[in-house]
Design a protein around this ligand. Structure first.
Ligand code: GDP
Ligand code: IMO
Ligand code: MG
Length: 449
């Protein structure tokens, strides 16, 4: 069997590493791009010849003519957010219809999910996570509690009506008792969801079957990670995480493509580090240096506009990330943001209670005890902005990349020097390991409607 190749693109830090941009660049080599986790809490920015797109639910592959985009079963789907995005893309002249496929097994976000999240985030005594307020956590709670509404059920209007009535009765009682919130109107929710269900219907299919069939036919698949390793429900800085399996393992669970079909894992990291929302961040910079990175890197959330917390690159964290995800190739983005620095501090290890360690604490109290050990690497002090050829990078920038590769045990596959698609370079023999472009065109030419 000539099974197609597949690659998982995963965030190696706390999200916003530039996954969207990298998926867009790589999408020329894959016929299908699939999201496997999260929902419209994600914000993936793609800039093509100066035109900027921010995608929240729809995989960035949709922007590449000839590529199909799949929203897998591991995603929690707000149908209104989906249709808003579909319409924005349609207006921008992107061919969405016929190219977008939504899993019939994905979970649906309903208004009470947002209501519960808002109330619980602001409840006295609760640990505030600093969520995106999209209802993500409560929707995953209902999934795991086996009381969620799946996309297939959304389309079955009678079933959906009963589900919404029962759920509203239950949720209204709970939120009134716990948070004194106003009750939601089940009838109104049903009417609105029945309407949007018809708009979503044409996109819905068995995406596990679609993906596995495509691979059997020799097509290549890229899995577009959302969030990042340290936001993963199991492996991240719990409880300051999202509610899904954001790590590479989630790609199989969240799409129905088996582990034996994964060819490689590509981790994306910034040349420094950011996080948005609450929670531990050992290498965070609280003073003017952090402010400077935020300004130069334009570090404001793509979804919520919140300023991102900034710090130096954290190698113990990246080693952990490489281990958990099985990262073979590392992509380093935002190199240009460090252009001005004479010296770049790099966190090379942790000290906890005076002892050197590489262990990532399981408890939040453990993070408070971390003292980062820094090594200062020489900066290149010249602009790399827009460089698209590895040979043209300054020697000290290459040394910086070599250091990261050596310390994390991964190979550098790509480097990004600006937001635009063109401001990217391939490194070493990475390209040779990807599916060939001609395969994409051949496969697509034969398959597209
Ligand atoms: P994602 O969530 O991982 O897709 O990342 P986001 O899109 O949320 O955040 C990354 C931000 O950095 C976006 O505004 C990108 O346009 C921008 N970006 C990506 N790569 C580079 C780069 O190499 N240099 C600069 N200056 N900006 C970049
Ligand atoms: P992309 O795909 C950065 C963060 C939120 C919050 C925590 C939980 O763009 O990298 P949630 O709404 O998911 O329950 O919030 O997770 N968060 C992200 N941070 N990038 C993201 O996605 C994120 N998605 C969620 O800020 O701290
Ligand atoms: Mg983002």
């Amino acid at each position: 069997m000539n099974r197609g190749k597949s690659a998982i693109v995963v965030g190696a830090q706390w999200g916003d590493e530039g996954k969207g941009k990298i998926v867009d660049v790589l999408s020329e080599r894959f016929t299908v791009v699939a999201r496997y986790a999260g929902g419209h809490n994600a914000g993936h920015t793609v800039t093509i010849h100066g035109k900027k797109y921010i995608l929240q639910l729809i995989p960035c592959g949709i922007l590449r003519p000839g590529s199909r985009a799949v929203i897998g079963n591991g995603v929690v789907l707000d149908p209104f957010a989906l249709m808003k995005e579909v319409n924005t893309l349609r207006q921008a002249g992107i061919q969405v219809d016929g190219n977008l496929f939504v899993s019939n097994r994905a979970q649906v976000i309903l208004p009470y999910h947002r209501m519960i999240e808002l109330a619980s985030e602001n409840a006295p005594g609760r640990v505030k996570i600093g969520t995106t307020s999209r209802g993500i956590g409560p929707a995953y709670e209902d999934k795991m509690g086996r009381r969620g509404l799946r996309v297939a059920d959304l389309l079955d209007l009678e079933l959906m009506k009963t589900h919404v009535e029962n759920a509203c009765r239950e949720k209204n009682t709970i939120v009134h008792a716990l948070y004194n919130s106003e009750p939601l109107d089940a009838e109104q929710i049903y009417r609105e969801y029945a309407k949007v269900a018809e708009e979503v219907r044409p996109f819905v299919t068995d995406t596990a079957l679609l993906l596995n069939t495509a691979m059997r036919n020799g097509e290549s698949i890229m899995f577009e990670g959302a969030q990042g390793t340290m936001l993963d429900i199991d492996h991240g800085t719990y409880p300051f995480v999202t509610s899904s399996s954001a790590t590479s393992g989630g790609a199989c669970i969240g799409t129905g493509v088996p582990p034996t079909a994964i060819s490689t894992v590509i981790g994306v990291t910034k040349a420094y580090c950011t996080r948005v929302g609450e929670g531990p961040f050992p290498s965070e910079l609280h003073g003017p240096e952090g402010e400077d990175l935020r300004k130069r890197g334009n570090e404001f959330g793509a979804v919520t506009g919140r300023p991102r917390r900034c710090g130096w690159i954290d190698l113990p964290l990246l080693r952990y990330s490489a281990m958990i995800n099985g990262i073979e190739w590392l992509v380093v983005t935002k190199m240009d943001v460090l252009d001005h620095l004479a010296e770049i501090p790099v966190c090379v290890g942790y000290k906890i209670n005076g002892k050197k360690t590489d262990a990532i604490p399981a408890q939040i109290s453990g993070y408070d005890k971390i003292e980062c050990l820094y090594e200062k690497l020489p900066g290149w002090k010249t602009t790399t902005s827009g460089i698209a050829d590895y040979d043209k990078l300054p020697k000290k920038a290459k040394d910086y990349l070599d250091f990261i590769a050596h310390e994390t045990g991964s190979k550098i596959g790509m480097v990004s020097t600006g937001p635009d698609r063109e401001q990217t370079m391939y490194v070493g023999d990475f390209l040779a390991h990807l599916p060939h472009e001609a395969v994409l065109n051949g496969a697509v030419a034969g398959k597209r409607k």
